[in-house]
Design a protein around this ligand. Structure first.
Ligand code: G3P
Ligand code: MG
Length: 247
């Protein structure tokens, strides 16, 4: 299955215009013409994969404590902003499929739950997207999670995610059989972009909220960016890089 790579990804579901990592955010991204969304997936205290960024509930919900200690009976009653609930991963996938969005599933394990989170998310990713025209892209800062995804669901494209790209990144790409490189826009160097171009590796940068920065990154060879400012780029969201993901 091959997917075209969109140039714009709505970061954390709907960026900053809707509560992050919520179904409302994904709906907003689709409404504004985005073809791709990135969201973060972590396990609840009951082992249910849910969309949330932080290991703790305080910043994005009216709850408190660690996500991995919170049972579903409490977690799904919380307000994640504007009355939105924390979504189950399965609900987010259903919405992405309904809208034909490419999802970048960022496996975001709570500390100590790397393997367990990756196993659940990888298995569900393959079953929930079965038969879909637009297949997802898995990424993670956790190389343990990437290893599990590679071993359990080798056919789902993987991206390595770094804040700062290590010097041996190409060896890491080959070791984990990854297709894309995801990294912070602040630190991406021309050396890395040159190596990526030479090896035909698409580079995706987060988090880009200014048009001049996006323009400059694209000119330097970046293939796609993650943005919180869905409003600023909605006229450009139908642009594709012309690259294909997947095999
Ligand atoms: O996956 C790209 C980006 O989301 C990584 O940073 O902290 O927003 O998950 P973070
Ligand atoms: Mg993320």
């Amino acid at each position: 299955m091959k997917n075209p790579l969109p140039r714009w990804f709505a970061h954390r579901g709907g960026g900053s215009l809707a509560p992050e990592n919520t179904l409302a955010g994904i709906r907003l991204a689709a409404r504004l013409g985005y073809r791709a969304v990135e969201f973060d997936v972590m396990l609840s205290g009951d082992g249910t994969p849910v969309l949330i960024h932080d290991e703790t509930l305080e910043r994005t919900t009216n709850g408190s404590g660690r996500v991995c200690d919170t049972p579903d009976s409490i977690l799904f009653r919380l307000d994640a902003g504007n009355g939105e609930r924390i979504p189950r991963f399965a609900e987010a996938v259903a919405l992405c499929r309904e809208y034909g969005l490419l999802a970048n599933v960022e496996i975001k394990p709570a500390t100590g739950f790397e393997r367990e989170t990756a196993e659940v998310v990888a298995r569900m990713t393959t079953s929930l997207w079965q038969g879909a025209v637009v297949q997802p892209l898995i990424s993670s800062f956790s190389l343990e999670a990437i290893e599990v995804a590679r071993d359990l669901v080798p056919n789902i494209p993987r991206g390595l995610l770094f804040e700062q790209v290590p010097a041996d990144w190409l060896q890491e790409m080959s070791r984990w059989q990854a297709l894309t490189l995801h990294c912070s826009a602040r630190h991406v160097s021309d050396q890395v972009l040159g190596e990526a171009r030479d090896h035909a590796v698409p580079v995706l940068c987060y988090t880009v909220n200014q048009p001049e920065q996006a323009k400059s990154l694209f000119e330097r060879g970046v293939s796609a960016v993650f943005t919180d400012r869905l409003d600023l780029f909605s006229s450009e969201t139908s642009a594709y890089k012309g690259l294909q993901l997947g095999g």
